[in-house]
Design a protein around this ligand. Structure first.
Ligand code: EPU
Length: 431
């Protein structure tokens, strides 16, 4: 089994190039099912979640041609069936986008309930179903854990989302693009990837208005055409390198970003004492003094993103003073704290609130990952810690971070990916 081995306490210095956004790419790829032409998608991140979405399209019968590492041409005109089995959905949450896209195209979708990161707690899809039903679909959570959605025709209507949901907003957009008439999504999510999906759909000839606000209107069109589209840079990957720079007392320029998407992350870093210098498509993070704790509450965009919460946890663990993180998007996203405690952190978790009492430094330890952003937090903790950190179960990190080892090595980190003989490391697996 492969693990990351980190020898910490090395200052990160230099430049790092950010890849395309995972959470945009995993929606744009299934969205190609809605059009009858060829889509050329550029700035596609090379990560396992994207590979799985591409494999699923391939399974459905799409023609996939990689032009280079980050550019893929997708032709879904030969797709003739609407069923996605569990072996394709069990690894990632985003496979739920096949429900909206297949329903939009075939008026029928049978997709096994998605898997994904293990935050603890449930990850419901009731709001997705509310969106599909609002435009005329009948949805059955049938036998074998399959979501079976069908409609004679899809007809636009209004739907008010009871919770702000990225997935439900995007899935309703996918299903409504080829529906008759106007669909209105109220209390829509506003994340950058919502806007990216709307831009992509519009490039294919859809008429989606208001993405980025909490009311999105989709005027149904009869067909879509192929197009060329570049995925936005990954807000969370960029934020992760920003925090890694801060935690190691570094000086890192993060390139190919949209600084506007990073505002809440920059604001919190500045509160800890870091300098953040914004350019047109880059940010430079300079961390020179001992940082101080701050308080964070996660919120839907434009609030502070939940997907940056664990990385900030790794940072607050070594800041001066006491900081409180309140997680208000997911029920339980502090499982990573147990791993940081083993490195000497002082964290008290009580439900959705964690209190961090900063320590002078963390100490390297064997760590175990069971969710993507928790894994990013452990990498940051390992980079800042004194001594050796060995991180297992790193396939979760590979889901969302392209070339993380070489990008960090390029910044001066002592990190490598190494094959281990598992029998000698049972204590780590028990994590
Ligand atoms: N929710 C419901 N019902 C629903 C859908 C969501 O109650 O039908 C609740 C959830 O339980 C949660 C809240 O609404 O409490 C927000 O969930 P949302 O639907 O927005 O999350 P998601 O679409 O499943 C995406 C990202 C996550 C990110 C969240 C929040 C993708 C593929 N995943 O998940 O990203 O945490 O939005 O921003 O876009 C990650 O990248 O590591 C990751 C987990």
């Amino acid at each position: 089994m492969e693990k990351f081995v980190i020898n910490g306490s090395k200052r990160l210095v230099g430049e790092v190039e950010i890849s395309g956004a995972k959470n945009a790419a995993v929606a744009v790829i299934p969205a190609t099912l809605l059009c009858s032409g060829v889509c050329r998608i550029t700035n596609v991140p090379e990560i396992s979640d994207v590979n799985m979405m591409i494999k699923t399209l391939d399974y459905l019968g799409a023609k996939i041609t990689y032009i280079n590492r980050h550019t893929v041409e997708i032709d879904t005109s030969s797709v003739r069936h609407y069923s996605v089995p569990y072996e394709y959905t069990k690894y990632l949450r985003a496979s739920y986008y096949f429900i909206g896209a297949l329903l939009g195209r075939f008026k029928r979708a049978k997709v096994a309930m998605p898997g994904g990161c293990n935050f603890g707690g449930v990850r419901p899809i009731d709001q997705h179903i509310k969106g599909f039903e609002a435009i005329g679909a009948k949805v059955n959570l049938g036998s074998g854990g399959v979501v079976d959605a069908k409609a004679d025709e899809l007809v636009g209507d209004s739907v008010y989302m009871d919770v702000i949901s990225v997935g439900a907003t995007m899935n309703t957009m996918l299903a409504a693009t080829l529906a008759k008439g106007k669909t209105v999504i109220e209390n829509a999510a506003k994340e950058p990837h919502i806007v990216d999906l709307a831009n992509f759909l519009n490039m294919m000839g859809a008429d989606v208005r208001g993405a980025g606000t909490d009311v999105i209107k989709i005027y149904g069109v009869s067909e879509l055409h192929g197009c060329e589209y570049s995925v936005i840079p990954d807000q969370i990957e960029a934020g992760t390198y920003m925090v890694a720079a801060a935690a190691t007392g570094g000086d890192v320029t993060i390139k190919n970003v949209i600084p506007k998407h990073l505002e809440s992350i920059s604001a919190k870093l500045i509160e800890t004492g870091v300098t953040v210098i914004e350019g047109d498509d880059q940010v430079r993070v300079v961390s020179e003094e001992k940082l101080k704790c701050t308080n964070i509450k996660t919120m839907p965009h434009p609030g502070f993103p939940t997907d940056m919460q664990p990385q900030f946890g790794a940072l607050l663990a070594i800041c001066d003073g006491t900081g409180i993180i309140t997680e208000s998007v997911w029920d339980n996203r502090f499982k990573y704290a147990n791993q940081l405690l083993r490195m000497g952190a002082q964290i008290d978790v009580n439900g959705k609130v964690a209190v961090f009492k900063g320590v002078d430094h963390l100490k390297g330890a064997p760590l175990y990952v069971d969710d993507l952003r928790a894994g990013a937090a452990m990498v940051i903790a390992g980079l800042s810690a004194k001594g050796e950190t060995i991180i297992s179960n790193i396939q979760y990190i590979d889901r969302g971070y392209e070339d993380i080892v070489s990008k960090l090595q390029h910044l001066g980190a002592d990190i490598c990916r190494r094959d281990f003989d598992d029998e000698k490391n049972e204590d780590i697996i028990a994590g």
